[in-house]
Design a protein around this ligand. Structure first.
Ligand code: NAP
Length: 258
């Protein structure tokens, strides 16, 4: 079951898994786009379940309607960018619910059936923003740091019980998705990755039960690890003039996804 199936990364993940014979349950809000994807993906038996994960109770309803799920791909996400006071209460709750609460609720709903079968895998699409904080991203950082902590803790609980739990953490992704949709120029020298690289990482995470795969050029991965080790220095550097300008270009291009 793939959430956020209609998005830039969701489509790439769906194609990679369908090409390997997976029977997909595709979810997002756009019902027509989901039905079209289900019909056009390679293989047979794909299903579309439209669902607004910003609504209370929606994650539990999605899990119940899905029935038997071998692999959860918690991918749906909102950019959650901008200064905190600019968020309405509804926007704030929605970002927290879609990015963090829903993956946790889906995992809780699906864990018992996986334990009963003695097999299953959960992949959480986090971000390098789950390791490294940047300007105009406090809400997004909160959800992705939280998702990373949740997935690692869940893995500690489920590893010995035969259920895989993985994090896939993309950096800046070109061509499609919430960053590319802004039209902002990537930060010079830091490079980008493609949606296909994210999809390949998802496949690898499942096949090899990887704890975490960062999908980003080495410069971005180094900065994210540095940020974990030295948050004070990292935040100081990231919040300088050029960091503020880059973040502002991205956040302005994501207002329609708040
Ligand atoms: N693109 C990047 O550079 C990048 C980098 C790091 C991490 N990520 C992470 O990768 C994941 C996918 O992002 P993306 O780049 O593919 O973004 P995207 O193109 O904006 O797609 C977001 C997906 O989430 C779904 N979604 C949004 N609000 C929803 C809601 N209320 N209920 C249910 N589904 C909802 C959207 O579908 P509908 O609009 O049809 O509902 C869409 O399928 C996210 O978790 C994101 O944080 C992306």
């Amino acid at each position: 079951m793939l959430t956020g199936a209609t998005g830039g990364l969701g489509r790439a993940i769906a194609e990679a898994l369908a090409a390997r014979g997976a029977k997909l349950i595709l979810s997002a809000r756009k019902a027509d786009a989901l039905e079209q994807m289900a019909a056009e993906l390679p293989g047979e038996g794909h299903r579309a379940i439209p669902c607004d994960l910003g609504r209370p109770g929606a994650a539990e309803e999605l899990a119940a309607e899905a029935g038997e799920v071998d692999i959860l791909l918690a991918n749906a996400g909102l950019p959650g960018s901008g200064r905190l006071p600019e968020f309405s209460s509804e926007q704030l709750v929605k970002a927290l619910r879609v990015n963090l609460e829903s993956p946790i609720l889906l995992a809780r709903a699906l864990e018992p059936q996986m334990l009963e079968r003695g097999s299953g895998h959960m992949v959480f699409i986090s971000s390098l923003s789950g390791k490294s904080a940047t300007p105009l991203s406090s809400v997004y950082n909160a959800t992705k740091f939280g998702l990373r902590g949740f997935a690692l803790g869940l893995r500690a609980d489920l590893d010995r019980l035969g259920i895989g739990v993985s994090l896939v953490s993309p950096g800046t992704i070109r061509e499609a998705g919430m960053y590319a949709d802004t039209g902002a120029d990537p930060i010079p020298g830091l490079g980008t990755s493609s949606p296909k690289e994210v999809a390949d990482a998802v496949v690898k995470a499942i096949q090899r039960n990887k704890v975490e795969i960062a999908v980003a050029p080495i410069q971005q991965r180094f900065l994210a690890h540095f940020a974990l080790a030295s948050p004070a220095v990292s935040v100081k550097v990231a919040s300088g003039d050029s960091g503020q300008k880059a973040a502002s270009n991205v956040a302005n291009g994501q207002l329609d996804k708040r």
